[in-house]
Design a protein around this ligand. Structure first.
Ligand SMILES: CC(C)(COP(=O)(O)OP(=O)(O)OC[C@H]1O[C@@H](n2cnc3c(N)ncnc32)[C@H](O)[C@@H]1OP(=O)(O)O)[C@@H](O)C(=O)NCCC(=O)NCCS
Length: 400
């Protein structure tokens, strides 16, 4: 099938292609990925401003409720996140019983589905559809509960993988500090907390990416929020989406230093292989998240004995960008190229990289499915059938 299948000029000029490239799902006010200019906006605010002035709780509030909170509203939101953070004992026991070498995203998906079994409110979505006048309050509450508990589950999974007992949250801590406290058993230092908070802000929403689209599809069937988020986690697990930063870091650590980067890139390209951490369906300019993370990665890597791997990353970036520019297909690093370096520098285990992505992206998933619900229409695209139309059934013992 040809890659290019048509052009529409309204509401934006786009090329339609395979993989639903260019297809429009809905009208949104949650966020905008400006691929031409390399900008990312949440509810009108640039991610650069949010990283500088805000924190993850405030950004989650902004995405879900559609406006920046007053101090009082933020305090109530924080209190709610803390009040909802504990997992039922049976779910903690279930996590503790999981195989230590299981993929953490499989574990996380299982835990979210299990939490759905413990939350009768999660099954009330169809009540909203029958009585829309009652508003979205119940669905919003379930979304915020999942946002908080998914973070607790992520920390518990990290501990169980190391053979440690899970820790319940400390209600006095911020969202990010609590996440790290439950993971490591001690309060994080301010630098680590700030760096992780920035990575959570940067990945909280990103247009109609695969996992967000997955969440939209599942919720559009009026499935409960737990099924919605569990499905989105499944999508995020893949190496073309949330699993890319671990693979990118692994490459950087095996190249053998900046001097070998150019040959490594040339060899990969000669074999027609993609360089993980580069390219993007929407960005045709530098990914703004990668720009922020590159600055953090440079400082952290130089301070924490990882200068060589950072310099290798810069050399790979130069080689890939130059080669692709020459080939007439300019591509740039995406968020995953530098996020792995940042996580590694602060001691975050690589198999957990997609898990922190899920902790962050839950705010975007919840915000977008809630926005769509009042206008809900089930997603149902079509495929072009190219198979036979008049096949004659042959009984099994006559098929040779
Ligand atoms: C992100 C990604 C899945 C987007 O896929 P996509 O929108 O379908 O883009 P395409 O694969 O069609 O890329 C367009 C062209 O650029 C090339 N290209 C894209 N990403 C590339 C990469 N990382 N390395 C080398 N070439 C790349 C493709 O080969 C293609 O060339 P072609 O037209 O000659 O086939 C893709 O760029 C990729 O696989 N990147 C590596 C994985 C990754 O970093 N994922 C994290 C995403 S945030």
């Amino acid at each position: 099938m040809a890659n290019y299948v048509g052009r529409i000029e309204f509401p934006v000029k786009i090329d339609l292609g395979r993989g639903l490239e260019g297809a429009i799902t809905n009208i949104t006010k949650v966020g905008f990925v400006d691929g031409e200019k390399g900008r990312l906006i949440y509810r009108g605010y640039s991610i650069e401003d949010l990283c500088k002035h805000s924190n993850y709780e405030e950004v989650a509030y902004l995405l879900i409720h559609g406006k920046l909170p007053t101090r009082k509203e933020l305090e109530s939101f924080d209190a709610l996140l803390n009040a909802e953070a504990k997992l039922p004992d049976s779910v903690m026991q279930m996590i503790a019983a999981m195989p230590r070498d299981a993929h953490p995203m499989n574990m996380l998906q299982t835990v979210i589905a299990a939490l759905g079994c413990h939350d009768p409110a999660g099954r009330k979505i169809t009540e909203y559809v029958s009585n829309p006048a009652d508003g979205l309050a119940s669905e919003v509450a379930v979304g915020i509960r999942i946002l908080s508990r998914l973070r607790t589950a992520a920390s518990a999974i990290a501990r169980v993988r190391q053979g440690l007992q899970p820790i319940q949250p400390d209600p006095k801590l911020s969202f990010t500090a609590n996440y790290l406290y439950m993971m490591y058993g001690e309060k994080p230092d301010p630098v680590t907390e700030q760096v992780i908070d920035v990575t959570l802000i940067l990945q909280a929403d990103h247009g109609m990416n695969a996992s967000t689209f997955t969440s939209m599809i599942v919720h559009s069937c009026l499935a409960d929020m737990y099924s919605t988020i569990a499905a989105a986690i499944g999508s995020l697990r893949g190496p073309l989406h949330g699993g890319a930063n671990e693979a990118a870091l692994d490459d950087l650590e095996h190249i053998g230093g900046p001097a070998k980067a150019k040959d490594w890139v040339a060899a990969k390209m000669a074999k027609g292989e993609k360089i993980i951490g580069f390219g993007h369906r929407v960005y045709k300019a530098y990914d703004p998240r990668a720009r922020v993370l590159k600055t953090y990665a440079e400082k952290l890597c130089h301070d924490r004995g990882m200068a060589q791997v950072f310099d290798t990353a810069v050399a790979v970036e130069e080689a890939v960008c130059a080669a692709m520019q020459t080939a007439g297909k300019p591509i740039f690093p995406n968020v995953d190229f530098y996020s792995g370096l940042v996580y590694q520098a602060i001691g975050f285990p690589p198999p957990l990289f997609p898990v922190i992505f899920a902790v962050s992206r839950t705010a975007g998933w919840v915000a977008r499915v809630l926005e769509y619900l009042p206008e809900n229409r089930i997603f149902r695209p079509r495929a072009v059938y190219e198979g036979p139309m008049e096949a004659t059934y042959v009984p099994i013992d006559q098929r040779g």
